[in-house]
Design a protein around this ligand. Structure first.
Ligand code: PMP
Length: 438
């Protein structure tokens, strides 16, 4: 696989030159903050096909970043190329209604548990934001209970307590609402209360203290952004029961888990149905589209125009064409696709464990997390405090030189375009990277 046979090669010269140029014209050099963390520096890519990605220096990689999750069918899948070019010839956006948006919502109603009604938007951030607004409008309450280390996009309302920072996050039994960035509205922080993941006593205590003010509990039902940490048995069920009993809205953020853990997402996989579920990423296979689904009762206030939902690009035909093609493809092949994705996830996780015993590997279906220096069992992001982030970043850089592209912080995604061959290439690359002493 190309020219990365020796650590120490510098095969990224064109990327380096582009990055240099970018820093002169793009604030920060990259267009989303997480991308700045790439080593040796952000790379520039030319094209992707199936499980492979080529950079501007001509290096080929097996891609496990997959656009940070959307590319459930791999790069440039034929089914999407066809749907997009057909729609591109008919018009890109109408600012009005069209058949495909109805089709998207109808498919969601048939595959997503509890999806009697759908709201369409453009990004995961927007969809999570509108879900919270719906919850506040419905309940007339203002507090959002979220979990530390869970990420629900970067809106003011939710970009809070997304990581554990020993200096600022407070004690485990009373985690602080640490702003995720400078520049947040103070009110946004005041309206968020925080629990550590899997800490049911804390959730119960918060309901005991502030129950009548809690509009919603929001969670990634499988904590992916915090490092693939599953809910403990009974935890999601307890959230379901508590929110129902206390009149709060339960929101599952399925932006990553949607159409990935199962066709019906984490709600299907774990057998717990929230009041609202938020989707984006894989929904349109790599084109930007998001959705909030839920019951008629919960989404009726939107129908009545109480919480506003707006957006120039909402439900646009190009994105809708991509969503219909992706979701139909997944729905028609679900019986083969999901068992295969899960088996590949297991193969990757087992392979990485045996290739590199220094790695801690967690995996649920086609989502894998690697780390160095962590305990074998973690219940929440605080338990990961011992992680050697720099050593893991060196490992990921070494992987790059062996033709494997994955995320610096340790998330690996699989697609239907990946096969055992690509997984085995990644395992061999990990073995080589570790042998070189990363
Ligand atoms: N929720 C979750 C669970 C996510 O992982 C992300 C994106 N990483 C978002 C929301 C925000 O989605 P977007 O980047 O499309 O705004």
């Amino acid at each position: 696989m190309g020219r990365r046979s020796k650590a120490g090669d510098v095969p990224f010269a064109r990327s380096a030159a582009l990055y240099e140029r970018a820093r002169g014209v793009i604030a920060g050099g990259v267009t989303s903050a997480v991308r700045a963390g790439a080593r040796p520096h952000p790379l520039y890519f030319e094209r992707g096909r199936g499980p492979y990605l080529w950079d501007v220096d001509g290096n080929r990689y097996v891609d496990f970043v997959l656009g940070y999750g959307p590319l459930i069918l791999g790069h440039a899948p034929p089914v999407l190329r066809r749907a997009l070019s057909r729609q591109a010839g008919r018009g890109l956006t109408f600012g009005s209604q069209h058949r495909l948006e109805v089709e998207v919502a109808a498919i969601l109603a048939s595959v997503v548990p509890g999806a009697e009604r759908t709201i369409l938007s453009t990004t995961g951030t927007e969809a999570a934001m509108v879900a919270v607004r719906v919850a506040r409008a419905l309940t007339g309450r203002r507090l959002i209970l979220k979990f530390e280390g869970h990420y629900h996009g970067w809106s003011d309302a939710l970009f809070v307590a997304t990581a554990f920072d020993p200096a600022r996050s407070g004690p485990a039994d009373r985690p602080a609402a640490v702003p995720g960035t400078e520049g947040l509205a103070r009110g946004a922080i005041d309206d968020v209360i925080v629990a550590t993941w899997n800490d049911l006593p804390r959730v119960r205590a918060l309901f005991a203290e502030r129950g009548p003010e809690i509009a919603a509990v929001i969670a990634e039902p499988l904590l992916v952004n915090g490092g693939v940490i599953p809910p403990e048995p009974g935890f999601l069920e307890a959230l379901r029961q508590l929110t129902r009993a206390r009149g709060a809205v339960l929101i599952f953020d399925e932006v990553i888990t949607g159409f990935r853990l199962a066709l019906g997402g984490a709600q299907q996989y774990y057998g717990v149905t929230a009041d609202l579920a938020v989707f984006a990423k894989a929904m349109a296979g790599g084109v930007s589209m998001s959705a909030v689904t839920g019951s008629r009762e919960v989404l009726d206030p939107v129908a009545a125009g109480r919480p506003a939902h707006l957006g120039t690009f909402n439900g646009n035909p190009l994105a809708a064409a991509a969503a219909v093609a992706t979701l139909r493809h997944l729905a028609e092949g679900a019986e083969q696709i999901y068992p295969r994705l899960h088996a590949l996830g297991e193969r990757l996780a087992d392979g990485l464990r045996s290739a590199a015993p220094a790695l801690t590997v967690r995996q649920v279906g086609p989502i894998v997390n690697t780390a160095i220096g962590e305990p074998a069992i973690v219940r929440n992001v605080r338990d990961r405090a011992s992680a050697d982030v720099a050593a893991h970043a060196r490992f990921v850089e070494a992987l790059l030189r062996h033709g494997v592209h994955t995320t610096p912080r340790g998330l690996w995604y699989l697609s239907t375009a990946h096969g055992e061959e690509e997984v085995d290439l990644a395992v061999a690359a990990a073995r080589a990277a570790i042998a070189e002493g990363t």
